[in-house]
Design a binder for this molecule. Structure first.
Ligand code: CO8
Length: 258
């Protein structure tokens, strides 16, 4: 399938989806996000893909929603189409593991889509922020909720109310990003992690992310009960037998359902 504003590469069981609108610092317009949604649907259906990397350029992961596209929108335009929900949220609905590899600006909607991924690997040049307040609005695709859960209320309030940017070191200390690496190592590091993940049992990967995500919406007791049921359910898979037998036989597992 042809794409204009993203690039989609497959390397073995890992797909890399690159936002590619360099002149606008990868500002997220409707066309780009509809391509992202189409690509993710394609990758979800592709049994040959076990993990996806979402990335941008060295200068910008994405500098936010496209301000020029929405400047003239009125309430009904935004409310009726709800185009943000439809396409942006394809990332949070994606069931296979997805890593955000972030370099440069991840602002506004850019920070929000990075947070929709399962985890963020950042380069030392990454800058995160929710500067919507400077535009007279607030984050609109989960920023206030996900940021506060990731880094706590104090820092989320600080970032959202001042609109300031946070560098990679602060983002790592705050718990927003999983790892920070030199910019030249970003994609190799992300591919290394993605290849490792893609080599695991696919149902186990999918269930694992579902269980961790569910924990954000459940009580601790409910979350632990859900985890236990899902743990038990994995004993219905051939991959559980393969994984455990491979350990006992001191060999690498060959998971059937990758
Ligand atoms: N939208 C549209 N165009 C943009 C955006 C953007 N978010 N960001 C940058 N651009 C464009 C600039 O207009 C400029 O274009 P042109 O050359 O035609 O003038 C080009 O990209 C380069 O940008 P700059 O010249 O500004 O580059 P600098 O290196 O000087 O500055 C910055 C880089 C600091 C990133 C600066 O561009 C900036 O502040 N950008 C806006 C950041 C921002 O406010 N983001 C939040 C947007 S609102 C949002 O995300 C709401 C999300 C919730 C709803 C989700 C809906 C999708």
């Amino acid at each position: 399938m042809a794409y204009e504003l993203i690039e989609l590469d497959r390397d073995g069981r890992v797909a890399t989806l690159r936002l590619n609108r360099p002149k606008a610092l990868n500002a997220l317009n409707a066309e780009m996000m509809s391509e992202v949604a189409r690509a993710l649907a394609e990758l979800e259906a592709d049994d040959g893909i076990g993990c996806v990397i979402l990335t941008g350029s060295d200068k910008a992961f994405a500098a936010g929603a496209d301000i020029k596209e929405m400047v003239d929108d009125n309430y009904l335009d935004i409310y009726k189409t709800d185009r943000f929900e439809q396409n942006h949220c394809s990332i949070e609905r994606f069931r296979k593991p997805i890593i955000a590899a972030v370099s440069g600006y991840a602002l506004g909607g850019g920070c929000e889509i990075a947070m929709m991924c399962d985890f963020i690997i950042a380069s030392n040049t990454a800058k995160f922020g929710q500067p919507e307040i400077n535009l007279g609005v607030i984050p609109g695709i989960g920023g206030t909720q996900r940021l506060a859960r990731a880094i706590g209320k104090a820092k989320a309030m600080d970032l959202c109310l001042t609109g300031r940017m946070m560098d990679a070191a602060e983002a790592e200390h705050s718990g927003l990003v999983a790892r920070v690496v030199p910019v030249d190592d970003l994609m190799d590091t992300a591919r290394g992690a993605a290849n490792k993940i893609a080599g695991h049992s696919q149902p186990a990967n999918m269930i694992l992310k579902e269980v961790i995500d569910a924990g954000y919406e459940l009580t601790l007791r409910e979350g632990i009960r859900f985890e236990r049921r899902m743990f038990q359910s994995l004993f219905a898979t051939e991959d559980q037998k393969e994984g455990m037998n491979a350990f006992i036989e001191k060999r690498k597992p060959h998971f059937k359902h990758r």
